[in-house]
Design a protein around this ligand. Structure first.
Ligand code: 5GP
Ligand code: ZN
Length: 104
């Protein structure tokens, strides 16, 4: 298994999990671009948000985004899905960036 986020979901790197539910997990980005920079990642592998079609998976993912935003931001945040290499995606396992506070 060479997908970095599948390995994190499987607990192989000992990444600190900030929040989780049945469908998704959340952890800090290793290279933060804002004061708060958290990744929300479906447990099940898909390559981009556009390929994530199961309603239960989508609901679980966005429920965890809401939980992370309410716990770790002041309620103001940006939600970003880089989808495709040309648009800046570097890890091809669907993930939402939750960003809050412009400066690192
Ligand atoms: P993308 O550019 O694909 O939208 O975002 C991938 C993000 O994953 C990047 O912001 C990068 O810093 C982060 N990242 C890559 N590898 C790791 C890792 O092993 N652990 C964590 N916590 N974040 C990672
Ligand atoms: Zn994966």
């Amino acid at each position: 298994m060479d997908c970095i986020f599948c390995n994190i979901v499987a607990g192989k790197f000992g990444t600190e999990i900030l929040a989780q539910n049945e469908q998704a997990i959340a952890f800090r980005d290793i290279n933060p671009l804002a004061k708060v920079h958290i990744l929300v990642v479906p447990r099940k592998h898909s390559s981009t948000i556009a390929a994530l079609t199961e309603e239960k998976e989508l609901v679980g993912l966005f429920a965890l985004v809401r939980e992370v935003a309410s716990k770790f931001t002041d309620g103001q945040f940006r939600l970003q899905f880089n989808s495709g290499e040309k648009e800046g995606q570097t890890v091809f396992h669907t993930h939402a960036h939750v960003l809050s506070g412009r400066a690192v």
